[in-house]
Design a protein around this ligand. Structure first.
Ligand code: BTN
Length: 328
């Protein structure tokens, strides 16, 4: 009902809509209308209420609520089940619970703020209120469990393509990070549940620092992380960014499911790779090995040449660029 009232207010931006008219149209009492208006106000909608005139929408909050996103979202299934939180510990944690409870492929969990946002390797992901996109997508593809890590590259290509649509040229640090001017603007955490022969689900968590201010990043973090606003000097609309991200993601993911190929995704990851040609440190279970990155294979693995001249493949894991970053 609240959605219907909001829709009516949005469709009549310059008009007062009387409580009486709304109550007749929607078949509920004026008191019920008043209650819903108050609840919209509590969510941050600025609504003018004038006795004998009614209600007029003045301003819409910068929130990623279902009411704000679903009317703009042009995907087929990604995000159609939309689980919104104002605050949560971690959207990945919640999405894993929902996936276990049988929520469908394409369900997303999103929050304005995370109190315990999870990064890779047990790190914390700083997720301040209303400043970024903190979203997790539930996926249930029919693929062998060992192929699951490749899905991360779909997320990376989708974020890259989204930023490109906004005129922002980013680089991809295989397989999980998106880089702007040598600093990390987005991280991806792919988690899964399954046995050798059966994948139950994948949860892909994407964190994009959108409108975070420089002075909000703690000293250490500001050396390695950035936001779209810090790099481009202006606010970016999170609603548009999210809708574009989910659409790009769905297109790449559908290709993968339908044709079993990651061709487009790998091309994007290769063309915009910050690693190819660089000296890196590969970190396996705490042990560091020096190598040079040669290429990304068609199946998404990283091809590297070790210092002793042998060539090898890296499936996933930690790769840090020697001398460029300090964040591993
Ligand atoms: C990394 O680079 O370490 C990965 C960061 C992933 C952060 C996102 S924010 C949304 C989702 N929920 C989480 O708790 N983490 C991921």
């Amino acid at each position: 009902m609240k959605e219907k009232i909001l829709k009516a207010l949005k469709e009549n931006p310059d008009k007062f809509l009387s409580g009486e008219m709304l109550s007749k149209e929607l078949g509920i009492t004026r008191a019920a209308i008043w209650k819903h208006i108050n609840s919209l106000k509590a969510e941050g909608y600025e609504i003018d209420s004038v006795s004998k005139k009614g209600y007029k929408l003045i301003d819409v909050p910068d929130l990623l609520t279902k009411d704000e996103i679903l009317p703009r979202l042009n995907t087929k299934y990604i995000g159609k089940t939309y689980v919104y939180h104002s605050k949560i510990d971690s959207t990945n944690k919640k999405a894993k619970e929902l996936a276990t409870d049988g929520f469908d492929e394409g369900t997303i969990v999103i929050s304005e703020e995370q109190s315990l946002g999870r990064g890779r390797l047990g790190r914390v992901w700083y997720s301040p209120r209303g400043k970024g996109i903190w979203v997790s997508i539930i996926l249930k593809p029919n693929i062998p469990t060992m192929m699951a890590p490749r899905i991360t590259l779909i997320g990376a290509a989708a974020v890259h393509s989204t930023l490109e649509e906004f005129g922002i040229k980013s680089e991809i640090k295989w397989p999980n990070d998106i880089i702007l001017n040598n600093k990390k603007v987005c991280g991806i955490l792919t988690e899964m549940s399954g046995e050798m022969d059966k994948l139950n689900y994948i949860v892909m968590g994407i964190g994009i620092n959108v409108n975070t201010e420089e002075n909000e990043l703690e000293n250490e973090l500001s050396k390695i992380a950035t936001s779209l606003k810090i790099e481009y000097g202006k606010e970016v609309c999170r609603k548009q960014l999210l809708c574009s991200l989910l659409k790009h993601f769905e297109d790449f993911y559908d290709d993968f499911k339908e044709y079993g190929t990651l061709e487009n995704v790998i091309n994007i990851c290769k063309k915009n790779s910050i690693l190819i040609g660089k000296e890196v440190k590969i970190i396996y279970y705490g042990k560091e090995v020096a190598a040079k990155v040669i290429d990304i294979e068609d199946d998404g693995e990283l091809i590297v040449k070790y210092d002793d001249g042998t060539v090898g493949k890296v499936l996933s894991g930690e790769v840090s660029v020697r001398g460029l970053y300090g964040y591993v």
